[in-house]
Design a protein around this ligand. Sequence first.
Ligand code: PLP
Length: 466
Amino acid sequence: MAYDNLLEQTLAHAQRFLDSLPTRPVGATASLEEVRQAFDHPLPDNGIGSSRAIEELATRADPGLVASAGPRFFGFVIGGSHPAALAADWLTSTWDQNTGLYVISPTAAVLEEVAAKWLLELLDLPRQSGVGFVTGGQMANFTCLAAARHAVLKEVGWDVEAEGLIGAPTVYVLVGRDAHVSILVALRFLGLGGERVRHVDTDDQGRMIPADLVRVLNDCDGPTIVCAQAGDVNTGAFDPFSEITAAVHEHGGWVHVDGAFGLWAAATPSVQHLAHGMSDADSWAVDGHKWLNVPYDSGIAIVRDQDAHRAAMGVSAAYLIKSAGAERDNVDYTPEFSRRGRGIPVYAVLSALGRNGLIAMIERCCSHARRLRRQLIQDAMVKPLNDVVLNQVLVRFEPPQGDPDEFVRAVVRNIQQEGTCWLSGTRWRGREAMRASIVNWSTTQDDIDRSAEAILRVAHDTAKRS
Ligand SMILES: *Cc1c(COP(=O)(O)O)cnc(C)c1O
């Protein structure tokens, strides 16, 4: 048949790559020039056939691949692929279901319906909420904020889906000073402006200060949306949700929570206190491809008012066969029309782990983060910058002499080159810092110990050379 041995051949490549993850250098080993040389040849007039195309693709790709799916990648907030999620993702591609409408994939529709129900239970969010499986946190923020825009404008008699924003009443959007940039991008896409937001002051961990929120709210005379955060991308800190939701609802506004990675705290008894009051918000964004360890692309938009969610995202056209009754048409919950079955690997990983397995994975990562911090700050050169409340570790290195910011940048660069682990830098309160994010199901205590040893060794080597 048409596939011959192609899938076995591909499986062998996949297996080799997965087997290499714990031991290969974490960063890419090839330069831009080398990666280009591997691929950038003239478009062929005659193809080389599937088998050779896959052979070349797999072998040439390797030096430019980053082991971000592996156990010692701590950059940004990335996450790997849990085996069940990866396997389900293969099947999702194989089945090639268009997941927009019930009629073209009853299985995909029901899997997303059940995955949605499980997620609401795990995160203890209102069970009647709308749930959309989108590409990531940014699009989850976009989807939730589109529902927010609908609802706050409807409240003042404006139909934003029909009329757009031209001539509409002013919508006030409040964000904490440490809001994730994807919130601002989502606002930009929605015509609400990424820079016309009003800022609420934050404390030393990046948490919104409720008194300042009240001060800013008092200036907003009309439809209002407040974007809060569960899990600051640098510190892991959570906004004080109880105070925020009380103040905003009193004002008649909508509270959105960006919980790209932090929302999972709500499922986890030992860190649940961070999410206290969060379920009183109106919408929540979370990633599957970060801490749930589902392959890209996977984000989840959750909206308490299902009607607002569907009003903002829903689609109808004469040629579409929309369900009239109990069936779920996924197209009504996401910005996309045709799309892959993103809920399928979410279902599979939740089914593989169960509630307890998920809790264990989250707690393991949090405990690794505390361990990493402990080991790093034993060295006098390392200064802690955050309270490790979740899975994010933020530190600075103080050099014996010279510019501290330049030194931190050099250390981060050298760690990335050394290859034991991979972390990224950031700026925190005006100074350079190094951040580590522990979100991978496969990271072990030994990975943390080896990484801490390598980080400190590289920092001292960098100091000697500077
Ligand atoms: C990663 C992240 C996002 C963006 O999510 P993507 O999946 O990369 O689109 C938004 N907010 C926070 C807090 C994040 O950590």
